[in-house]
Write a protein that binds this ligand. Structure first.
Ligand SMILES: O=P(O)(O)O[C@H]1[C@H](O)[C@@H](O)[C@H](OP(=O)(O)O)[C@@H](O)[C@H]1O
Ligand SMILES: [Mg+2]
Ligand SMILES: [Mg+2]
Ligand SMILES: [Mg+2]
Length: 309
């Protein structure tokens, strides 16, 4: 079966198993208690042993299984960093291989594929114990479009007894989503999710212009999109640079597979081409299925929009 399925479902099937292993590694680092925190260049921009190890697991496993694809990971890691053999995943999720693949994804070649890896999204929150903000993101692009994605939540259910710890959700444009129950956000309200640690006067002014009933300030790009697809928020609004392609590639594919949308503050979709610069300089506007994306775009103050280029 694995040999006969097209490349994109095979990549998703492998990414699910790999993201699960990365999640175990992230939990193990936390349990051992030595996070090995390094400060990177930006505000609240940290890297831990969990980010480094999870990325090694993901990139080594993906490149062994798919030697000709391009893989771009968030963390700068020496290519000869040691990778224990039990971090190299060869399992695949068999259910994904049985899915019907749409015509436009049938013939994709490995050379057209770019995989954007955020081994641990929500690192600051991880170091602060806000564990439900943490995700592992594996986004799959063909050419410049995000077409499929996997979001793993290593700490899903961590405060519940007798419930399985962690879960993995996936989405493929034109196929659908799995691993969770999609839900619409409540009618007659406007709930917006945004940054908890990178706010600016422009970010706040944009939120104010949208007159939300409630603002959910949480960490992690993956976590914020999860709030949209599980019906806890109507829009994710971040009128600032700072987010990167590996933050949005996987969430965008899952959101779009469900009928939502993710663009910059000009309404333009981001390119996920292998040569594209990493920063999402135009900000992030993501809306759930049935939301009027244009309405949110129109509310962005013009002076703020102009700065986001
Ligand atoms: O993978 P990390 O570095 O944890 O990813 C960051 C994002 O780059 C950043 O945009 C998010 O900012 P906000 O939460 O302030 O929106 C941050 O949470 C992480 O996801
Ligand atoms: Mg980071
Ligand atoms: Mg991230
Ligand atoms: Mg990260």
């Amino acid at each position: 079966m694995a040999q006969t399925a097209p490349l994109i479902p095979r990549l998703v099937a492998s990414s699910i198993a790999i993201a699960n292993r990365a999640g175990e590694i992230i939990r193990n680092v936390m349990s051992k208690g030595d996070l090995g925190i390094v400060e990177k260049t930006g505000k609240n921009d940290l890297q831990t042993e969990a980010d480094r190890s999870a990325q090694r697991c993901i990139i080594t496993s993906l490149s062994k299984q798919f030697p000709s694809i391009t893989i771009i990971g968030e963390e700068d890691e020496p290519s000869d960093s040691p990778v224990p053999s039990d971090w190299v995943v060869s399992e695949v999720d068999q259910d994904i291989l049985r899915l019907e693949c749409p015509d436009n994804l049938q013939q994709v070649s490995a050379e057209e594929v770019v995989v954007w890896v955020d081994p641990l999204d929500g690192t600051s929150e991880y170091t602060q114990g806000l564990l439900d903000h943490v995700t592992v993101l594996i986004g799959i692009a063909v050419g410049n479009r995000s077409v499929a994605g996997v979001i793993h939540q290593p700490y899903y259910n961590y405060q519940k007894e007798n419930e399985p710890l962690g879960r993995t959700i996936w989405g493929i444009r034109g196929v659908g989503v799995g691993g969770f129950e999609p839900k619409a956000a409540p009618e007659g309200q406007r709930i917006i999710t945004t940054t908890r640690s990178h706010s600016t006067p422009e970010v706040q002014a944009t939120l104010d212009a949208m007159k939300p009933d409630n603002i959910l300030r949480v960490g992690g790009a993956g976590h914020k999109v999860m709030l949209l697809i599980e019906g806890k928020a109507h829009a994710y609004v971040f009128a600032s640079a700072g987010c990167k392609r590996w933050d949005t590639c996987a969430p965008e594919a899952i959101l779009v597979a469900l009928g939502g949308k993710l663009t910059d503050m000009h309404g333009k979709e981001y390119s996920y081409d292998k040569n594209t610069p990493f920063p999402n300089k135009g900000g992030v506007l993501a809306t759930g299925k049935g939301e009027n994306h244009e309405w949110y775009l129109e509310k962005v103050p013009e002076a703020i929009r102009k700065k986001l280029v």
